[in-house]
Design a protein around this ligand. Structure first.
Ligand code: ADP
Ligand code: ADP
Ligand code: MG
Length: 646
């Protein structure tokens, strides 16, 4: 075994590799970019080496700097993780030439499997079923169109150098082929520097089932299958092992094909053979085809670890250090069922748009395995993959494991960035998924999964309580003799305002939300809304996040927001989107603090916006009848007498 290895990666996978190394007594060297100086993988490693600025081309893809760092720190081997340099054969050659060990397959194996067309040809030769299609070198657009017609629509155009679902286009009819080819080629050229494509028969309502293989250069075994059919835009969302509905015959057929594929290239290390499966008539041994091989550890490897009890990173280290496979095929068994959900900083209703932000809060239940590279306070930067964590659960059977996944997702708390957590919760509760009736199109044809959640009146009431700073016990005690005073709280869900009117009651508040009234009451156990206990929640900056099932974040507009005004109390901002009903001031007018300036109409109510301080009106940006967005500067004052921007 090695004494010290360098990890040429970041985030959750770097942390995960460090954890196994610690258990085995192997020292670790982390590398990092300037954006990651405070990252968890850097804090966890025994030694650290800075690579360069944030862009990957200047840091995590600088093979030369990484090799030098390994030599300088006395590391004997380099683990590439996944992504970045993990499937780059030239890097493997350079590592080997420097006298270091690459923890992964040979450059030759990566080259053979690197391009999808060459890999498919090789697999067909080895007797592995491949998806019917065109793999030719002739890339003339007319030839490709003709081949597509021969295969029969629908077809899939794939970048031969593709990965991560990029450079792939589904074409339903001949008339759309030329345009789809153009855009697939353009995307492939930008993403992979290779515009070559292949054409495949598009399998309708397919399942993605892949087999984990492991080789030591002498022998190869498989560690059963993973079902990754829950995908959005050809990217995996929730994965599980084993595959629901898998029969012994199908498992044996797929396992054999996968091991044959690994043996055909004398494979050493962890790899995944991805198959597309026609499940329209159940799982049948003549209904699966090789798609591609990933010559690395896979993102979803934890589900395989959960059902086999094998630490795949430990096996990678053993094999790279020259050892043989620790277990034979007969010694490998499946125990129970496992799911993994990928938690991302992304805006699902906006089309899975990657998001950024500083994590004001991050907490997970201790009932799940959590693979994460971030903690509270960390920044999800625009530079890298926006993954926050992988949540993996295990149970004795599929139903129990799925119930544990739902529980774990409901108990996951993230504040400070938009996430896909609500989407994952809805997906984990989907009836077809629960029944094992899924295919790769499930998410795409179920809009309710991806739409923005509509807050319930109880959630609005809860958020208003926190936004108004009234979430302490029995706020009205001692004031019962006076006339109750109501207050309005505006909450923003994106641009959309929700106005909640809180009226004090004995032991709590009545919250009016539209036509509903929610009774908020405090007892020894905490707050309840109409008798139902409220989930954990927090205020962070100008936002409130409610955790639990159906998590939500509301913005809190501040009409006198000094930060947003930029010039410190010099602007009157729209606290919510609305219609300007009246403008009471003009440029040059001298006003006193509290003087009425603009009247805004929103949610059928009038909101009077007042001068934040004494001063002279510098600009008036609106006239009556204007529609304004939340946060828009409506009127600004001249800088105050000290002339300083506060
Ligand atoms: P996999 O094929 O391992 O299941 P994906 O298909 O989602 O994973 O990943 C597509 C590509 O992006 C792969 O090259 C993978 O290594 C990379 N990738 C995905 N997620 C991450 C991550 N969190 N960090 C680094 N690389 C990632
Ligand atoms: P990548 O390298 O981007 O992972 P893959 O070839 O593995 O590309 O395909 C990604 C996904 O696209 C698969 O998981 C599957 O959902 C879908 N897909 C690929 N090939 C086919 C096909 N022939 N028919 C139907 N769906 C396919
Ligand atoms: Mg793939």
């Amino acid at each position: 075994m090695f004494d010290r290895i360098l990890i040429a990666n970041r985030g959750e996978i770097a942390c995960r590799i460090i954890r196994t190394c610690r258990r085995l007594g192997v020292q670790t060297v982390a590398v990092y970019s300037d954006a990651d100086a405070d990252a968890l993988h850097v804090a966890m490693a025994d030694q650290t080496v800075r690579l360069g600025p944030a862009p990957v081309a200047d840091s995590y893809l600088r093979g030369d700097l990484i090799i030098r760092a390994a030599l300088d720190t006395g590391a004997q081997a380099i683990h590439p993780g996944y992504g970045f340099l993990s499937e780059n054969p030239d890097f493997v050659d350079a590592v080997t030439a420097a006298g270091l060990v690459f923890i992964g397959p040979s450059a030759d194996a990566i080259r053979k499997m690197g391009l999808k067309d060459a890999a498919k040809a090789l697999m067909a030769q080895a007797g592995v079923p491949v998806v019917p299609g065109y793999l030719g070198a002739d890339q003339d657009a007319d030839v490709l169109a003709q081949e597509a017609g021969g295969i029969g629509y629908p077809v899939l155009i794939k970048a031969v150098a593709g990965g991560g679902g990029k450079g792939m286009r589904l074409v339903e009819r001949a008339a759309d082929f030329a345009e789809a080819l153009e855009s697939a080629r353009a995307e492939a050229r930008t993403a992979f520097g290779n515009a070559g494509v292949l054409i495949e028969k598009y399998i309708e309502r397919p399942r993605h089932i892949e087999v984990q293989v492991f080789g030591d250069g002498h022998d190869a075994v498989h560690l059963f299958e993973r079902d990754c059919s829950l995908q959005r835009r050809h990217q995996k969302v929730i994965e599980e092992a084993p595959a629901p509905g898998m029969t012994d015959a199908m498992r044996a057929a797929m396992g054999d094909a996968a091991v044959r594929a690994a043996r055909a290239i004398g494979y050493a290390g962890a790899g995944t053979i991805e198959f597309i499966v026609d499940a329209s008539r159940g799982l049948r041994t003549d209904g699966f085809w090789f798609m591609e091989m990933n010559t690395r550890l896979q993102v979803e490897h934890p589900v395989t670890e959960a059902i086999t009890g094998v630490d795949l990173v430990e096996w990678q280290l053993i094999v790279a250090a020259g050892g043989r496979l620790p277990l034979t095929q007969d010694q490998l068994t499946i125990t129970g069922h496992a799911f993994e959900a990928r938690l991302y900083a992304e805006d699902v209703p906006a089309g899975f748009l990657p998001a950024t932000g500083t994590l004001a809060h991050l907490a997970f239940p201790d009932t799940a395995r959590i693979d994460s590279g971030v903690t509270t306070g960390a920044e999800i930067s625009p530079w890298y993959d926006p993954m926050i964590a992988k949540v993996t659960v295990h149970g004795p059977d599929r139903a129990t494991a799925l119930a544990r996944l739902r529980q774990a997702l409901d108990a996951t708390q993230v504040a400070g960035t938009v996430t896909n957590l609500g989407f994952l919760q809805r997906l984990a509760a989907d009836a077809d998924f629960a029944a094992g009736q899924m295919d790769t199109g499930l998410i795409g044809r179920t809009p309710a999964l991806t739409q923005a959640a509509v807050p319930t009146p109880a959630q609005c009431a809860h958020a208003a309580l926190i936004a108004a700073g009234l979430d302490w016990p029995t706020p009205w005690q001692g004031f019962a003799l006076w006339q109750p005073i109501s207050r309005n709280v505006t909450l923003l869900q994106g641009e959309e305002p929700h106005i909640v009117t809180l009226t004090p009651m004995a032991g709590g508040w009545d919250a009016r939300v539209g036509d509903c009234t929610v009774r908020l009451q405090h007892d020894a156990q905490g707050w309840r809304a109409d008798g139902v206990r409220l989930p954990p929640a927090m205020r962070h900056g100008d936002a409130v996040t409610l955790f639990g099932a159906g998590p939500l974040t509301f913005g809190i507009p501040d009409p006198l927001d000094r930060k947003a005004a930029g010039a410190g109390g010099d602007a009157v901002l729209a606290p919510m989107p609305g219609l300007v009903a009246q403008v009471a001031v003009a440029v040059g007018q001298v006003v006193v603090a509290g003087e009425r300036m603009v009247v805004l109409e929103a949610m059928k109510m009038e909101h009077v916006l007042r001068a934040p301080r004494d001063g002279t009106v510098a600009t008036v940006a609106v006239t009556p009848g204007d529609q304004v967005k939340a946060g828009a500067a409506l009127v600004t004052l001249e800088a105050d007498e000290a002339g300083t921007a506060r």
